[in-house]
Design a protein around this ligand. Structure first.
Ligand code: F6R
Length: 610
């Protein structure tokens, strides 16, 4: 994780560059820092805490113009989040500085060698080892020293390196951690992700894995780190607007992103369906493969995994097809014989999640084809996939995933309709009916958002509970998992998601008057069963919050409080509606408790380490 930003050019004030760094805070925000060449010397300022605090520390020098600079925002892996462990790191002579995103697996043995040579360390990080290693190999060329050093490193790393001895040069390296180059006029940038440099340029080079770049203000040279040979590169122009990565008057990114869901659904439906048919232009070349495919797997993490899980229920209910799903961190280590006719669907908002990328690489080795359902089109995942479905949700900045989840769900539902039709595994009437009902989604989502005030009131009543159990069945079992995840990650209240039928096999022991039980009891084929589960939890004094469909008196009479969603003919729409209710609920609980909603403790948006 961690965010890197680097600059070489005609000169930019610290203020601008720190603004760019702020837009990388979703990658980690426990400490941060800046190193710049100022009057031929290395200037360094770093601290624990967020970029805004660093800005305050630097208030007198925010106008300082720098022509060579590296910046970093950290998510701690090695060593606690304090000043010493914050990046940039420097060598003992203070003429070399480095920022790092990733993990160096052999740092202890390298550190031992460096200690034996007399090097001293002031942090517990693996990253400080790299700067000293470069120092130990630096004779006259920074470029050569970096190349020699990285040949000794095992693990994943995106690096930015500068030296006061070569004050016009910025070196960048990418190995299994994302890094892009931004091209400006008389200036160039490196960054972990596009939003950091959007206010400076839209011309991007996606550095490939195993490449090193040498930047100065007027040129960029890229080489392969193994062959050391110069390689050609492609310049892309990104379409994302800076406004897309801003709050637009909302108090939090999470709130703004929840409210974007209806518009995103409309965009997905109009982009991927036409004349009563689902169509994915990006999948044209693979129809024969999809038709002949024998096995389908889904691999994803966290919220993306929950989206895949809901979609599995959808596919299996409406077609004769089935699939296997696992979290990527498990999937990557399973001994699955996948073979050439297998399809792995990798779902990810960021497209940089280390475990999902590893699962993809593992599946590819076995001959499977990869379909990514991903929000970031320039990500490693999309680049490594055979086919991709962009989820079209726009930049998601809030660490708790909301709009990306519903976009993943909708794209997966549409893909499975298309896939089942291609394989002749769904009746045409059912296909048409489902597609028609999915088109109602944006207006239904709007209705839920309009009822946000009721959810805010209910959330206030539930904010005092010290623990939550979320229960659901069938297609809403993963909705319960997702509801619990949202609540725990932003409010820090222990919350467990469970299949309601499993409650009697253990979790029921936890239920008493202090336990809030959120039951997704919407109208569907398992409604009666959910009512029984509510009775059971209520009999043990659990405080029931039920998500129910309009007009369900039975459930509302049983519950302490209810959140009402529209009654839908196609019950496959329920997970979308339940998701918004649970997102709003988590948001308002966290707000009541005064939590840092967009940047919850210990988390990072993009989990680029295993
Ligand atoms: C939860 C959340 C995480 C991510 C997970 C996967 O709100 O955001 O659980 O869903 O880290 O991330 P991506 O989708 O980027 O692979």
């Amino acid at each position: 994780m961690c965010g890197i930003l680097g600059y070489v050019g005609k000169g930019r004030p610290f203020r601008d560059l720190l603004g760019g760094l702020t837009r990388l805070e979703y990658r980690g925000y426990d400490s941060c820092g800046i190193a710049a060449i100022k009057n031929d010397k290395l200037f360094l300022k770093k601290r624990s805490g967020k970029v805004n605090q660093l800005k305050k520390d630097l208030s007198k020098s925010l106008k300082t113009v720098s022509s060579l600079c590296i910046l970093h925002t950290r998510w701690a892996t090695h060593g606690k989040p304090n000043r010493a462990n914050a990046h940039p790191h420097i060598n003992r002579e203070s003429n070399l500085s480095l920022v790092h995103n990733g993990i160096i697996e052999n740092f202890l043995s390298l550190k031992k060698e460096l200690l034996a040579k007399g090097y001293k360390f002031s942090s517990e990080t693996d990253s400080e080892v790299i700067v000293n290693l470069i120092d130990s190999l630096y004779t006259s060329s920074l470029e050569e020293a970096v190349l020699k050093a990285i040949a000794k490193l095992k693990g994943s790393f995106a690096l930015g390196v500068i030296s006061s001895s070569e004050p016009n040069k910025l070196i960048a390296v990418r190995k299994s951690s994302p890094l892009i180059i931004g091209l400006g006029k008389n200036e160039n940038f490196i960054a972990s992700d596009v939003p950091a440099i959007l206010s400076f340029t839209k011309r991007i080079i996606y550095l490939k894995d195993g490449q090193m770049a040498m930047l100065n203000k007027g040129s960029v040279r890229i080489c392969d780190i193994k062959t050391k040979r110069k390689v050609a590169y492609k310049i892309d122009t990104v379409k994302i607007k800076l406004e897309d990565a801003q709050k637009k008057g909302y108090t939090h990114f999470m709130l703004k992103e929840m409210f974007e869901q209806p518009a995103i659904s409309t965009k997905i439906l109009s982009s991927y369906s036409k004349n009563q048919k689902v169509h994915f232009s990006g999948l044209k070349g693979c129809e024969t493969f999809l038709k002949q495919s024998k096995k389908v797997y889904i691999s994803a993490c966290g919220t993306a995994y929950h989206a895949g899980y809901v979609a599995k229920y959808f596919l299996e209910k409406h077609s004769s097809l089935n699939l296997e799903i696992d979290t990527s961190s498990e999937f990557r280590y399973r001994q699955i014989e996948m073979g050439k006719n297998s399809l792995l669907i990798a779902i990810s908002q960021s497209g940089e999640t280390a475990d999902t990328l590893a699962a993809v690489r593992q599946a590819k080795k076995q001959g499977a084809k990869i379909l990514s359902v991903c929000n970031v089109v320039g990500s490693s995942l999309v680049k490594e996939s055979d086919f991709a479905i962009p989820t079209l949700a726009g930049p998601e900045i809030g660490v708790a995933s909301t709009k990306a989840y519903s976009a993943q769900l909708l794209c997966l539902f549409l893909f499975f309709l298309y896939f089942a039709k291609l394989k002749g595994a769904i009746k045409n009437k059912e296909y048409q009916g489902l597609l028609k009902s999915l088109k109602k989604l944006p207006s239904l989502q709007r209705k839920i958002l309009a009822g946000g005030k009721d959810i805010r009131r209910i959330a206030k009543a539930f904010s005092k509970f010290g623990s939550f159990l979320f229960l659901g069945r069938g297609i809403n079992y993963p909705s319960a998992l997702e509801g619990a995840l949202k609540l725990k990650e932003i409010s820090y209240i222990p919350a467990e998601g469970y299949a309601a039928g499993e409650m009697k096999h253990g979790p029921i022991a936890l239920i008493d008057e202090y336990r809030a039980v959120v039951c997704i009891a919407v109208n569907d084929n398992l409604h009666e069963k959910m009512l029984s589960n509510i009775q059971e939890a209520k009999a043990r004094k659990g405080k029931i919050l039920a998500i129910i469909s309009k007009g369900d008196k039975q459930a509302s009479n049983l519950a302490y409080k209810s959140i009402v969603i529209p009654k839908v003919d196609n019950t496959d729409l329920n997970p979308f509606l339940a998701a918004i209710c649970l997102q709003l609920f988590a948001y308002y609980v966290a707000k009541n408790l005064g939590c840092e909603i967009d940047q919850p403790r210990n988390l990072a948006k993009s989990v680029t380490v295993e």
